[in-house]
Design a protein. Structure first.
Length: 142
């Protein structure tokens, strides 16, 4: 079942054609600054998302391996996209908060758990990865 989403002002809209069932939280410093807290994203393959109003998307190369997209009109965070060569190249991580309907989506993991500010916790038994574990994963696959 496809899901739709948009930025706050509606200048950018998107449709994800694949089924979305899982989300993950990132606690790295970049995601916290970008989102103003915890970034909760849904992984989407490049061929499974289409954008409407993509001329309103500004992309910022936030690291050597990824870019972040936001609405150039209202500033809403839209996605984190892997740009580095390897098995994750082109993968989008769409902000869960920009989805029109989050039903059926469950939080299953969190990364950069060692950088998580005190006071943040989620219900359930989530898979977790530290900064070193995340960096090792990308180094092995890059």
């Amino acid at each position: 079942m496809s899901k739709t989403g948009s930025c706050l002002c509606g200048a950018v809209k998107y449709t994800v054609s694949s089924e979305i069932t899982e989300a993950g939280a990132c606690h790295c410093g970049m995601c916290r600054k970008w989102s103003g807290g915890i970034y909760i994203g849904i992984q989407v393959a490049p061929d499974d998302i289409t954008f409407e109003g993509d001329d309103n998307i500004t992309k910022f190369p936030s690291s050597a391996w990824a870019e972040r997209g936001f609405c150039s009109t209202c500033g809403s965070s839209l996605f984190y996209r892997v740009t580095a060569p390897g098995p994750h190249e082109g993968t989008y991580h769409i902000g869960m908060g920009a989805l029109d309907d989050t039903s059926g989506v469950t939080m299953t993991q969190e990364i950069f758990t060692d950088l998580k500010p005190k006071g943040y916790s989620f219900d359930g038994d989530l898979q977790g990865m530290t900064e070193a574990e995340v960096m090792a994963m990308f180094a092995e696959n890059g």
